[in-house]
Write a protein that binds this ligand. Structure first.
Ligand code: 7TS
Length: 425
C-alpha cells in the first residue's frame, strides 16, 4: 500500500511486525476476528488511547513466561535472579531512553494516572497548604486535573489554569503571570491528547524553577512520539504509559529527580519496599524500590524494555517526523471541508492527532459511521471535559496516528467523513 520513499520510516516493514493490522472488522464482537461479517480491513487510528503491539514485544512476554517466570528480589534461586536482572535492566533502559541519571530515578507504576497520583499523594499531601498554588493548563487530561484538584481540596491549596488561546496555543504570558512565589507545583501536559498542542515545557520549567516550584510533565502523548530528554527540559517529574508506546497495558513510568524522590515518603506500603521492619516501625528500601510496594509489574517492565528497543531502532526523531507528516496531512485534508472544524493549532505545529467535529452531527454518530467503514477512532471528551466545555462542544472525534499508519488510511478516514456528510446533509 505505501510507497516507502514518501515516509521518514519504513512503514511496510513496520506493519509486518503487527499481525493485528491484517485483520478485518465488522462481525460479531463476541467472536473477535472470526465473525462471518468481518469484511472491512481495520484502519486503526486510535493510537492516542492505546497503540498496537509488535511481535517483538509479545515475544518478550512469551520468553519471560516460558523461560524465567518468577518473583523478583525475593528468591535466591536461579529463575528469580534472572527475572530480577531483567526487571532491573528494564529500569536502566527506561532511564537511558529519557536521559535520566539512572534506575534510582525510574519508578514503575500501573500507568500515567498512577504516576500522577503517586506524586500528588506522596509529595502534595505533605508539602501543600493554604496559600499555595498548583498551576495546571486548561488542556490537562483528567489524570492530572482531577488528581491535583482533589489534593488541593484536601490541603487547602488552590489550582490555577494557564490559558489556551483561540488557536490552541498555550499562553506563555499568562503562565508567567500565574507562576509566582506561591506556586509549589506546575503540572503540565506535554502534548495535548485533544488539541495536539505541544506545550513549551522547557520554558515552563524555567518559570517554575525561578519561583522554587517543581514541574511535573505529563508525557503520556509525548514520550511515545518524540525524543524527550528530562535533562534538556529540566523536568522534576515526568510520567508516561507503556501501552501508548507499543508496550503492554499495566505499566507506567514515573521519573523523578533523585533528590526529590529521596525526600518523599512512600505512597504505598507493604512488601518489597521496606529495608527492615519491627513491631514498632519500619525503614524503606533504596530508590526506586521504595515506591514499588508488593510484587511489581515484572512482565510489563520486561515488555516495555522490548518496546523501547523497537522504537529506538526506528529512531525517535523519525517517529516524530512520521507523526508530524501524518498529522499535517490529516489536518489539511479535513480542513478542506468547510463544515468540519478541527481543534488546536495549525497542521505543522501539532503532535500526531487531529480532533474535529462535523457540523450538526454528534461525535458518537460520526464515529459509528466511521466504524462501519472499519475506521477506529475515539469519540467523546477524551478525558478533557473542561477543555471541551471551553470549546463549546460536548464531544469530538479524534484520529491519532502512529508508526504503522499511512496516508492511505487518512484518505479512508476522510472518505468516511465525506460519506457521513452526505448522509446527514
Ligand atoms: N495524560 C494524557 C495526556 C493522556 O492522553 C492520557 C491517556 C493520560 C494522561 C492517562 O493515561 P493512562 O495510561 O493512565 O490512562 N489518554 C487517553 C486518551 O486520549 N484516550 O484514551 C486514553
Amino acid at each position: 500500500m505505501s510507497t516507502q520513499e514518501s515516509y521518514p520510516i519504513d512503514v511496510d516493514a513496520i506493519r509486518a511486525d503487527f499481525p493485528i493490522l491484517d485483520r478485518k472488522v465488522g462481525g460479531d464482537i463476541e467472536t473477535p476476528g472470526e465473525g462471518p461479517d468481518d469484511t472491512r480491513p481495520l484502519i486503526y487510528l486510535d493510537n492516542a488511547a492505546t497503540t498496537q503491539t509488535p511481535k517483538q514485544v509479545v515475544d518478550s512476554i512469551v520468553d519471560y513466561y516460558y523461560g524465567y517466570n518468577s518473583n523478583v528480589h525475593r528468591g535466591i534461586h536461579h529463575l528469580s535472579q534472572e527475572a530480577s536482572v531483567a526487571y532491573e535492566a528494564a529500569h536502566d533502559r527506561v532511564a537511558e531512553f529519557i536521559g535520566a541519571e539512572g534506575r534510582e530515578e525510574i519508578v514503575f507504576t500501573k500507568n500515567t494516572t498512577e504516576s500522577l497520583n503517586l506524586v500528588a499523594y506522596a509529595w502534595g499531601l505533605a508539602e501543600l497548604g493554604p496559600g499555595d498554588t498548583v498551576v495546571l493548563t486548561e488542556m490537562e487530561h483528567h489524570a492530572s486535573l482531577v488528581t491535583w484538584q482533589q489534593i488541593a481540596k484536601k490541603t487547602g491549596a488552590s489550582v490555577e489554569y494557564i490559558r489556551v488561546d483561540d488557536d490552541g496555543r498555550l499562553d506563555i504570558d499568562h503562565a508567567a503571570e500565574l507562576i509566582d512565589d506561591d506556586t509549589e507545583m506546575v503540572s503540565t501536559v506535554h502534548v495535548s491528547n485533544t488539541l495536539g498542542t505541544v506545550a513549551p515545557v522547557a520554558e515552563l520549567a524555567d518559570l517554575a524553577h525561578e519561583h522554587d516550584a517543581y514541574i511535573f510533565v505529563d508525557g503520556a502523548q509525548s514520550v511515545p512520539t518524540r525524543p524527550v530528554d528530562v535533562g534538556e527540559i529540566d523536568a522534576d517529574f515526568l510520567a508516561f504509559s507503556g501501552h501508548k508506546m507499543l508496550g503492554p497495558t499495566g505499566i507506567g513510568v514515573l521519573y523523578g529527580k533523585e533528590h526529590i524522590l529521596d525526600s518523599m515518603q512512600p505512597y504505598l506500603y507493604g512488601g518489597e519496599m521496606i529495608r527492615s521492619v519491627t513491631y514498632e516501625d519500619s525503614t524503606w528500601e533504596d530508590l526506586p524500590w521504595k515506591f514499588e510496594a508488593g510484587t511489581p509489574v515484572i512482565e510489563q517492565g520486561i515488555a516495555l524494555h522490548a518496546a523501547i528497543d523497537y522504537l529506538d531502532e526506528i529512531g525517535m526523531q523519525n517517529v516524530q517526523a512520521h507523526e508530524e507528516l501524518l498529522a499535517e496531512y490529516a489536518y489539511d485534508r479535513l480542513t478542506e471541508f468547510d463544515d468540519v472544524e478541527v481543534y488546536g493549532p495549525p497542521g505543522d505545529e501539532r503532535g500526531g492527532l487531529v480532533a474535529f467535529n462535523l457540523d450538526g452531527v454528534h461525535a458518537h454518530d460520526l464515529s459509528s459511521i466511521l466504524n462501519d467503514h472499519g475506521v477506529a477512532i475515539r469519540a467523546g471528551d477524551h478525558c478533557t471535559q473542561p477543555l471541551h466545555d471551553k470549546l463549546g462542544v460536548p464531544a469530538s472525534t479524534r484520529a491519532s496516528f502512529y508508526v504503522y499508519n499511512e496516508k492511505s488510511e487518512i484518505d479512508a478516514l476522510v472518505d468516511a467523513v465525506d460519506d457521513a456528510r452526505q448522509l446527514f446533509a
